[in-house]
Design a protein around this ligand. Structure first.
Ligand code: FE
Ligand code: FE
Ligand code: MG
Length: 170
């Protein structure tokens, strides 16, 4: 960390770097969760949902870039071994063993809700103490909120479609 950076920061930097490394691990896991899920997915609305899931994957990777740059700026060491990802992450990787679209979307939704907690916590932790990390956390949080919304909308549409079909069958 630069001298002035150290002087102005009143945050516990070890604790912050620990949180950032957990977040970095979670972003990589989220990236793969979306990336592999988009390719395995089967079911209605597949062609509409697939490109958006791949876009979300890219955005998760973008989050990883922001986080790793901040860790380095803070003088920390970013996680260098992918074997550490599942150990450091609080948000779980959910293996997409069932390719049905509803299952894939639900797994991604769990990830997003966990990510929202992660960046809310990072924002709380740095608020008023480390403006740069705070701003980054809020920026990422806003994108995770958008992701959650997209997933909820599709799941709502799927539930409605199932409901309508059940009515027709009666
Ligand atoms: Fe993310
Ligand atoms: Fe996300
Ligand atoms: Mg989206």
């Amino acid at each position: 960390m630069g001298k002035q950076a150290i002087k102005i920061s009143s945050v516990d930097s070890d604790e912050l770097i620990k949180k950032l490394n957990a977040a970095l691990s979670e972003e990589w896991l989220a990236y793969y969760q979306y990336w592999i899920g988009a390719r395995l997915m089967e079911g209605p609305m597949r062609s509409e949902v697939e490109p958006e899931l791949l876009l979300h994957a890219d955005q998760e990777l973008g989050h990883a870039v922001l986080i790793v740059d901040r860790i380095v700026q803070l003088g920390g060491t970013p996680v260098v071994n992918p074997m550490e990802w599942t150990k450091l992450a609080t948000c779980r990787y959910e293996e997409p063993s069932d390719p049905y679209i509803e299952v894939i979307l639900t797994q991604n939704l769990h990830g997003e809700r966990c990510a929202i907690e992660r960046f809310q916590d990072l924002a709380d932790f740095t608020n008023g103490k480390d403006h740069a990390t705070y701003q980054m956390a809020v920026q990422i949080l806003n994108e995770e909120l958008e992701h959650e919304n997209d997933l909820e909308d599709w799941l709502k549409d799927l539930a409605r479609m199932k409901n309508d079909l059940a009515k027709i069958r009666k």
